[in-house]
Ligand binder design. Structure first.
Ligand code: IVH
Length: 679
């Protein structure tokens, strides 16, 4: 790596490291200008290109990765980074002092003035949010940010049904603070979906909630199903003299307030609450990571006051992640649906947070190296907020009393399922089996993806049926789906005549699925739904796409080097070409239907240059961009003399607004725009 690093990069004359630093600084400055000043000095295109270049360099140099890099702060599927308005908190958003043992909690309670009541609550593990109400209307929803100012994510917060948008009988100005959460069930479903689409998984519900709140597309936010608990009220002339009364008042106004709240008279009652929820929290639908204790009387709170960072009248007690020592018996390897090899630790069964743990993921080769573990070691297993057990280290002495053998010779070199030699793409952590076409789990994965709802939408072929038909030799490629016969299907134990007929009817219907979705269904690596649409728009048939060069492909929005390489490799494989020939013979839509749909749309925006700004409710920004093009208009990133109008959503940045006014550029609302194009 060192040698490679010191080699100059052709175009720039900089080393990779220097170029990475320069790009990070430049992009961070542009982010600042765009987000905070709403006055970018770089075109969107240039910004995107630089971002791509940085992503590419970082992928090649994982050792230079930095969580603060601009590539890490923005969702990769948002090609144009847009801002949420920044808002200064009226009251700073403080954190809480943490304690980790019951002794520390007891100490804190004992130091309070004698006889004070303490409200015990759960500490919800999500993102803090501050809801601003003015004259009974929800007007802002501000994230914590740096504690002094945060992002106004109101359109996304409005998707949470439990949060009232209007209040009756409330003070003129009111702020409610709480935690935005993604319930476990939703988190798991989201990750399952992301796995299917080969998108990176969220490590825990908190990260998922955070990623969700930052989305520009509120409809996607709504689909994900966030929820919220409020636990703190701020403002002037508020009702009540205790924290508890305020919670009750908030509940009457219709806010979601947790039932897990207890007013404790003494330290014993506090300890009871902690002991109860330490186990009971595992049955809750959302993640919690501790208990919060607050002095109930508001007068006492004021008396106790604040340090620079946190109130003296409240404290958090964090639940301990339970940890156990056990024997790592064996490392086995799983082949995922995309060929990724995941090492799995097989453990001597051990009791942890009420469940028996005998397996834990080891993620990848680097993870094993970092922990320095091998078969026969005694390892620590922990169950934290993620619920999934993880190995966090090994016992130093390693005197397990068990024979310390066999030793792992190193990571496997061949696929345990099909025997193919594994490959590791530079910059990726995972080893992968490259045999996409006939490695059993990969093939089953491809079949499952092909029939899935967003792809060919073939009903009746769930993963079990696919596995069954695979084992019986009836399904060995996606093309085989179109050769399935009723009697073969009906002869299977779990199927029968009726379901055989249904499957075949659905297979038949899938022949009408349009070209962009068929392209997505083929399951070319990293070609997700949106990318497939964009590619299908540029290449209007599989015959055209087959001959596309890498340069032509990277010319398409969202298609980077890696995706282009994957597409080229896909068509270079004879086995795929055979499949395509069979799909063609079966009558699938491998070309766009005649007469491009866009040509029929009235070109009402012909010759118009339009800038999109703000957040929208009816469609996503990307959809509006597409509509502008479909109806003959041109998108532009910044307001200039050439701008005909601004498609203005909610929360347009102040400086963009000012620029529009000073240049006399017209603002068109979302509704007006939709009328404009739909007539
Ligand atoms: S009260 C000034 N109550 O924990 C005190 N916070 O480390 C304001 N949290 O930023 C916070 N559950 O995001 C409070 N029942 C609860 C909470 C809670 C979760 C979070 C909140 C805060 C962080 C403090």
């Amino acid at each position: 790596m060192d040698l490679f690093d010191s080699l100059p990069i052709e175009q720039t004359g900089l080393t990779a490291e220097q170029e990475i630093h320069a790009l990070r600084a430049e992009l961070a400055e542009q982010n600042y200008k765009y987000y905070v000043l709403s006055a970018p000095t770089m075109s969107d295109r240039e910004f995107d290109e630089k971002m791509h270049r940085l992503q590419e360099l970082e992928a090649k140099h994982p050792e230079l990765s930095d969580p603060n890099s601009p590539t890490q702060k923005v969702g990769s599927d948002i090609s144009k980074i847009d801002s949420f308005p920044r808002i200064k908190h009226r009251y700073p958003m403080l954190s809480l002092a943490n304690t980790y043992s019951r002794e520390e909690v007891e100490d804190w309670v004992r130091k309070l003035p004698p006889g004070v009541e303490i409200v015990a609550e759960l500490k919800y593990d999500g993102l803090s949010i501050s809801l601003w109400y003015e004259h009974g209307q929800l007007v802002h929803a501000v994230t914590r940010g740096d504690g002094t100012e945060g992002d106004d994510v109101l359109p996304n917060i409005r998707t949470i049904a439990a949060i009232p948008q209007t209040l009756t009988d409330a003070p003129e100005r009111l702020e409610l603070r709480g935690e935005v959460l993604l319930p476990w069930e939703r988190f798991e479903a989201l990750n399952k979906q992301r796995e299917e689409q080969e998108e990176p998984l969220f490590a825990n519900p908190r990260n998922a909630a955070s990623g969700t709140l930052k989305l520009q597309d509120s409809r996607e936010v709504a689909r994900r199903g966030l929820t919220c608990y409020l636990y703190y009220m701020l403002g002037e002339q508020l009702p009540g003299t205790t924290h508890y009364e305020r919670l009750e008042q908030a509940r009457r106004w219709g806010f979601p307030i947790s039932d897990a709240v207890r007013v404790c008279q003494n330290v014993d009652e506090v300890m009871e609450f902690i002991a109860y929820w330490d186990t009971e929290r595992k049955n809750l639908p959302v993640a919690t990571d501790g208990i919060v204790l607050k002095v109930n009387s508001l007068a006492e709170q004021e008396e106790l006051g604040y340090t620079a960072k946190s109130p003296r009248w409240a404290i958090a007690y964090k639940f301990a992640a339970e940890r156990q020592l056990t024997l790592l018996k064996q490392i086995t390897y799983q082949v995922g649906r995309t060929g990724v090899i995941t090492p799995v630790a097989n453990l001597e069964p051990v009791q942890l947070s009420g469940t028996i743990v005998q397996r834990a993921t080891l993620h990848n080769e680097d993870f094993i190296r970092q922990l320095g573990i091998q078969e026969g070691d005694r390892v620590y297993v922990e169950k934290g907020g993620e619920i999934i057990p993880k190995i966090v280290g090994k016992a130093e002495d390693n005197t397990s009393g068990q024979p310390c053998q066999p030793r792992t010779p190193g990571f496997i070199t061949h696929c345990p399922e099909c025997g193919t030699e594994l490959v590791r793409v530079e910059g990726e952590a995972a080893w992968r089996c490259p045999n996409e076409v006939s490695c059993p789990p990969q093939l089953k994965g491809k079949l499952e993806h092909f029939v899935s709802r967003k792809a060919m939408n073939i009903e009746g072929l769930g993963s079990e049926t696919i596995a069954l038909l695979y084992d019986k030799g009836l399904l060995h490629s996606i093309a085989d789906i179109y050769s399935l016969r009723a009697d073969d299907l009906a002869a299977q134990e779990r199927l029968g005549d009726k379901s055989a007929q249904n499957i075949l009817a659905s297979v038949e219907a899938s022949k009408q699925v349009p070209w962009p979705r068929v392209l997505f269904a083929l399951g070319i690596r990293m070609v997700g739904e949106t990318t497939a649409k964009k590619i299908a728009k540029r290449f209007r048939s599989i015959d055209a796409l087959q001959w596309a060069s890498k340069e032509e492909l990277t010319g398409i929005e969202d298609v980077g080097e890696q995706i282009a390489d994957n597409i080229v490799a896909y068509f270079a494989d004879m086995r795929n070409l055979e499949i395509i020939t069979r799909l063609q013979a079966a009558g699938l839509q491998l070309a766009a239907t005649e007469g491009p749909a866009t040509a029929e749309l009235p070109q009402v925006l012909e010759g118009k240059t339009i800038v999109i700004s703000g957040t929208f409710t009816e469609h996503s920004r990307d959809e509006y961009k597409q509509m502008i093009e479909d109806y003959g208009g041109k998108n532009s990133g910044s307001v200039s003399k050439k701008t005909d109008f601004i498609l203005a959503g909610d929360n347009m940045g102040p400086s963009k607004l000012e620029k529009a006014h000073s240049m006399g550029v017209r603002l068109v609302s979302e509704q007006e725009f939709l009328q404009m194009i739909h007539g």
